[in-house]
Ligand binder design. Structure first.
Ligand code: SF4
Ligand code: SF4
Length: 396
């Protein structure tokens, strides 16, 4: 089936699932994917703007995205009902026309990525359960999830990304045709660049998925250059630098497409994933597909930095935690606060916070507040943490 025929089929499929209003919508000219980029040595081509499924609202959103030309979906067992919704949508999708990436996780509340010390059987079972939920025989990519998040010990995290049980499981799953390629994701807070570079140079990974945006991670460009040299695909996430949202500028230009164009201006990046929850999101986000990053985009981003530069925690930098005598998990807490404030994921953020060992309850009585002086970006870390503790704590 040719691409055009496939998309035509998917329009009909979408309309069948969602009803007549969608058919009317399909007649209008809507933004759609304009560029597909090669994913390193895998040879696959992904849509430059692709579907992140954290907070995915329904199966029909998957079909709408595909109908607009998106062909790459990033999911995980612990992203709510995301895998189940993809499974529903898969009934209407030609499997070999989409690329699916999931993670070695279990489907309980986030974060449930398999930890260092998990057995080969646990990795294999996790993938087989994902396949069942998504009603598919294989995933294109399976990712070791959130490297650098679960431990303060970089050596332990290095072990997790090179863990023999995981690598044996990946080999077995590949031989059985259940996964095609291995990947890894990270949004810090610990040593994101070093860990991803280890993954890239290890030869075991075909894809890295870093947090990457115009405000964070100054050493990441070197990592993605190395990835490109070695044929490792780069898929960017957390591209909106906190997704705080801004009013349109005086010329009526929105912020999000400018941020996406900045990411895609790096030729090492195959594409980016972004949570798409509404049709307006889809329209807005796809307006950046295939577009060049211009001086006017730079101005929008500069305005964002001016407005939010002292509020946005660059989670991968982690230059403050060693200054805290209590070893509070500063970067993770501020990321969860971002999920609460800016991602519309209040309950999830509170659940994440509950599971943290080093919460911010000690910040209220803390006299030295040395974390604030340690942040090179001028964040009032102590105040942000006290606010986060109030916001994220469940009241019995
Ligand atoms: S609070 Fe500042 S130093 Fe700490 S992780 Fe965030 S940006 Fe980095
Ligand atoms: S306020 Fe005190 S306890 Fe809280 S993170 Fe800062 S230094 Fe640590």
């Amino acid at each position: 089936m040719k691409r055009r025929d496939f998309l035509k089929t998917s329009v009909l499929a979408t309309a069948a699932l969602a009803g007549a209003p969608l058919a009317a919508e399909a007649k209008k000219e809507k933004p759609r994917v304009q560029a597909y980029r090669t994913m390193g040595k895998t040879g696959l081509k992904m849509s430059d703007i692709s579907l992140g499924t954290g907070g995915l609202p329904s199966p029909s959103m998957v079909l709408r995205a595909i109908d607009r030309g998106i062909n790459y979906m990033d999911t995980a067992p612990d992203y709510g009902s995301s895998e189940k919704y993809i499974g529903e949508a898969m009934k209407k999708i030609q499997r070999d026309k989409v690329i699916i990436a999931t993670k070695f996780c279990t489907p309980y509340s986030y974060p449930n990525h398999l930890q260092q010390g998990s057995k080969k059987k646990e990795y294999i079972t996790a993938v087989e359960e994902s396949l069942m939920r998504m009603k598919t025989d294989y995933v294109d990519f399976c990712l070791v999830h959130a490297i650098g998040e679960s431990s303060r010990n970089v050596e332990n995290e290095k072990k997790r990304l090179l863990d023999e049980e995981m690598l044996f499981a990946a080999d077995e799953l590949k031989k059985a045709g259940k996964i095609r390629f291995l990947g890894i994701s990270s949004h810090g807070p610990d040593n994101m660049e070093d860990l991803l570079l280890t993954a890239v140079t290890s030869g075991h990974y075909d894809l890295i998925m870093p947090s990457f945006n115009f405000m964070s991670f100054p050493r990441l460009p070197d990592v993605i250059k190395e990835a490109k040299k070695r044929g490792v695909a780069v898929v960017a996430m957390k591209t909106l630098a906190g997704a705080k949202g801004m009013d349109f500028d005086s010329k009526g230009q929105p912020f999000e497409p400018a941020a996406f164009k900045w990411v895609l201006n790096h030729s090492e990046v195959s594409g980016l994933v972004i949570s798409i929850k509404t049709v307006s999101n889809l329209d807005l986000f796809l307006s950046a597909s295939g577009q060049k990053f211009k001086a006017s985009d730079r101005k929008i981003l500069d305005r964002y930095v001016q407005r939010f530069g002292k509020e946005y925690c660059r989670t991968g930098c982690n230059q403050c935690e060693s200054a805290c005598p209590e070893r509070v998990s500063i970067a993770s807490i501020l990321r969860y606060q971002m999920y609460f404030d800016d991602y519309g994921m209040e309950k999830t953020a509170m659940k994440h916070y509950t599971r943290l060992e080093a919460k911010a309850e000690k910040c209220t009585a803390c006299a030295n507040r040395s974390c604030t002086g340690a942040c090179p970006y001028g964040l009032d870390v102590s105040a942000l943490l006290r606010n986060a503790h109030d916001t994220l704590t469940f009241i019995a």
